[in-house]
Design a protein around this ligand. Structure first.
Ligand code: SF4
Ligand code: SF4
Length: 211
């Protein structure tokens, strides 16, 4: 799931002209669980629009999926025809999917951060940066690509300070965490498995997976 945070409402309103009719669209999946784009936040946003005319509000299960966005937005087809602007409380993919599906101007109401691991609401951690060449099976299930600031795939680097990372001195080097985990698992030998450099030509955006 994707972590999002709220943009300032004044910033959002600055993109809306006073005579434009609005529809507020929420995401009842990732943004809802971040408490940034669920139905409660959609209603709050509608109330914060002040003099601006809110024509309708809607929450979509997964607005980043164009099939679902298209299906659910049909429920308010008449209102969408009358609207000038949609305000999307969704991740950036959701904003663009809604725009492609409706052909309308869509304002992003959230900032999109990262793919998250959840401990509890309000405690989200980045544990996978989607490198496209997963080496977790050799690293005791701990991702060096995400947790090492130098993204060292065959670590630790020469700057390790004892067991701590020199870049983040209060953080244990991820390669020490990996060694400790591998040892616990009786898999120390995997520590020396060589991982070739990432194929960076596959990392340029935008990426696509098509089959
Ligand atoms: S190595 Fe790390 S960044 Fe790459 S896919 Fe696996 S978990 Fe994600
Ligand atoms: S000390 Fe460890 S975590 Fe820090 S940059 Fe070097 S390899 Fe990465």
């Amino acid at each position: 799931m994707i972590v999002t945070t709220k943009k300032n409402v004044k910033e959002i309103i600055s993109y809306v002209s006073s005579n434009e009719g609005l529809i507020i669209v929420g995401c009842s999946e990732c943004a809802a669980s971040c408490q940034t784009g669920g139905s409660k936040q959609v209603e709050e946003m509608a109330q914060q629009m002040g003099i601006h005319r809110v024509i309708a509000t809607i929450s979509i299960h997964a607005p980043c999926d164009k099939r679902i966005a298209s299906r659910d937005l049909k429920r308010i087809d008449d209102e969408i025809k009358k609207a000038d602007v949609l305000i999307a409380l969704t991740c950036g993919s959701g904003v663009q999917a809604i725009s492609e599906v409706t052909g309308k101007k869509v304002i992003a109401a959230l900032n999109t951060h990262f793919l998250r691991m959840v401990e509890r609401i309000g405690r989200f951690y980045e544990r996978c940066a989607q490198c496209g060449d997963c080496i977790l099976n050799d690293t005791g299930g701990i991702c060096p690509y995400t947790r090492c600031p130098r993204k060292v795939r065959n670590g630790p680097c020469e700057f390790i300070a004892g067991i701590m990372c020199d870049v983040h001195p209060h953080t244990e080097c991820v390669w020490h965490l990996i060694f400790t985990r591998l040892k616990q698992n009786g898999e120390e030998k995997r520590f020396t498995v060589f991982h070739p450099p990432l194929q960076w030509e596959n990392r340029y955006s935008p990426q696509e997976v098509v089959w």
